[in-house]
Design a protein around this ligand. Sequence first.
Ligand code: SAM
Ligand code: SF4
Length: 347
Amino acid sequence: MPADHEPPSELRDAEGRAIRYLRLSITDRCDMACTYCMPPEGEREHGLRDELLSFEEIVRLVRLLASHGLRRVRLTGGEPLVRRDVVSLVARLAETGIEDLWLTTNGSRLAALAEPLRAAGLVGVNVSVDSLDPARFARITRGGDLFGVRRGLEAALAAGLSLRTNTVVLRSENLGELAAIARFAWSIGATPRFIELMPIGEGARLPPSERVGAVEMRAALGELGLGDEALGDPGRGPARYLSTRGEGTGGAPARRVGLITAVSDEFCASCNRMRVTSHGEVRPCLASRRAVSLRELLRGGASDREVLHALGWALGGKGPGHRFDHDAQSGTLDVDHHQVGMSLVGG
Ligand code: SAM
Ligand code: SF4
């Protein structure tokens, strides 16, 4: 039997964890420059357009992965909505056999794109909302327009997209706003998620005192009456969810808050994801040094089997857990390595 026609098997990492979830960066460009992500002048390593995986290459890769157990794809960046023709990419990815297609965005272009994205097959969006105060929002994002993002959220809601908000918690900026952000998210039918600052990208240059861990986040959300039990959402990512006790007001269902505390509360054992950068590098884990370039393989006429072999090798480098916290506490954090930020790796 020719190698390319071997029966599909599941992709697993070195720990035996099945890979069901791909975070796929489609650009490293962005129209904001958040203090914890990008340097003030924006990402320095903008590639030539030719260096990005083409839509054909992306679709081939996702179709191949879908036939080996992949179920969910999240498009990210940089800012994925700045990639030209992103709606047509979404339409093509929706046809690859995956169950769930989401996108993480800063929301700046969502007002115009929410409806066509939904029509193309997008299921939901995570929108970054780091503050409800326009001046603070502009400061954290270095120029972002909160009103534009709010219009984007309204458009996403009207289009029927599932909604989550993402907030990176910064002690000196938005720690006092967490409960208000959660209430705002609930008011538009979104699930709020709060993200611990990670020592990657520009986040590695911020003072460690800016980092707020799981315990303090819970305390800051205390007035919401959340229960103690943090439940995961199997197969859907790293967030642990806390729910309001009992029913919400007027008999409404209990409401949820997600905490993503990758540093203080490692969740690697249940990790089922891998990342592919906009240049086609496979990163089994944010904290992994092992990266394999698929771009040349995809461009050089490699067979599906060869591409799968490269993926398997990359996944073999995915260890049992990351060492962010250990590195940060022991002072051995490799800033150059972690300097490869979310905008390049794909957050
Ligand atoms: N531009 C889109 C956005 O901001 O939502 C998508 C890409 S962004 C890199 C993806 C996520 O990574 C965002 O929720 C962002 O807040 C988060 N992020 C970026 N740098 C981070 C850091 N150093 N620590 C924690 N989260 C970070
Ligand atoms: Fe851009 Fe998102 Fe990074 Fe902010 S977090 S600079 S919006 S890529």
